[in-house]
Write a protein that binds this ligand. Structure first.
Ligand SMILES: [Zn+2]
Length: 322
């Protein structure tokens, strides 16, 4: 369709069955998502935006200069003749297929289970290496998790990362079974409170120094600690005079109030494990990045356009992570 004729289009729609109309709705929703990404890119180059003046000479005199292959507005400087678009000076600047990066960001944030690098390479018809590099760039642009202090009832538990090939790592510890310190070589200490705050601190072992170093700086002084009963927590709580409730195997003792449990943090660990399953054991360095990625996905209002905005604002060389 070289020229869009609304009257002709609506006549065509009028001939469709209800089932076909539903299909059209899906196609339109998909196209609108793609168009929103282009609008986001265009907005940078509109008057007052960060890319509204010429990137070469800084001049403000410019004319519209057609559109890029992905549909973004291209501009031409009347002073020096340079052309640019809203994605100049962003990580998307010299990318051959920016639409694929946008599709990857959308999959990473909105898909129920994001694609593995291998699957991403097949679907987007590019190399696994490119997918991995882009994934890391996108994660690098994500805002760090808000460092809200955990308050009230704080739940903490150690989460061992499955090592080895995806999904073939050692079985996670059965509930109540305490992981040996040696098995915690690569671990996270997720902690949550009931206000929705969460932290996902990396710990090198399950020793008192590692756990208190991860936990104490993010906990309010008057918080109450609920844990799985690992002896280290009891020692930390005693030394720091923190009220502590140990729930061995998730069970309450007679003196534990009903509201004191570790279900919230265990649900978080469960979601993180499911999320990590398709990814070949990432290195300790990249594990923090995966934590940030999971945090960006782990809310009901997630929208990949927020992430695209962060990516466009992150500067042309945002290839470093963490
Ligand atoms: Zn210029």
């Amino acid at each position: 369709m070289s020229h869009f004729d609304p009257a002709e289009f609506s006549r065509m729609l009028a001939r469709l069955t209800p089932q076909e109309l539903r299909q059209v709705e899906g196609i339109v929703a998909e196209a609108r998502k793609r168009a929103e990404a282009v609008l986001e890119i265009d907005a940078r180059a509109e008057a007052g935006g960060p890319a509204s003046s010429c990137p070469r000479c800084g001049g403000d005199e410019r004319i519209r200069w057609g559109r890029t292959r992905t549909g973004a507005q291209r501009w031409n400087c009347s002073g020096c003749g340079a052309t640019w678009s809203g994605r100049s000076d962003t990580p998307l600047a010299r990318v051959h297929r920016p639409d694929l990066v946008v599709a990857l960001a959308r999959d990473m944030i909105e898909a129920p289970q994001p694609m593995s690098c291998r699957r991403g390479a097949e679907v987007l018809d590019t190399s696994r290496h490119s997918i991995w590099r882009w994934r890391m760039t996108i994660i690098g642009a994500l805002a760090p998790e808000p460092d809200g202090t955990l308050a009230g009832i704080v739940e903490a538990d150690e989460a061992r990362e499955p090592k080895g090939v995806a999904g073939v790592g050692p079985a996670p510890a059965r509930s109540g079974q305490r992981p040996r310190a040696a098995a915690l070589a690569l671990a996270r200490l997720p902690a949550t409170d009931r206000g929705g705050h969460r932290v996902f601190e990396a710990i090198t072992d399950a020793g008192q120094r590692a756990i208190s170093g991860a936990l104490l700086p993010v906990m309010a002084r008057d918080a109450v600690l609920c844990t799985d009963g690992l002896a280290t927590y009891a020692r930390i709580a005693r030394d720091e005079r923190i009220p502590h409730f140990a729930l061995n195997a998730g069970r309450r003792s007679k003196r534990t109030p009903r509201s004191h449990h570790i279900n919230t943090v265990n649900a978080l660990i469960g979601r993180f494990r499911t999320f990590m399953k398709p990814f070949c054991s990432p290195s300790a360095k990249n594990l923090a990045a995966y934590g940030r990625w999971h945090a960006a996905r782990d809310n009901d209002q997630r929208d990949y356009l927020d992430v695209l905005r962060l990516l466009l604002a992150s500067g042309p060389r945002a290839n470093t992570v963490c």
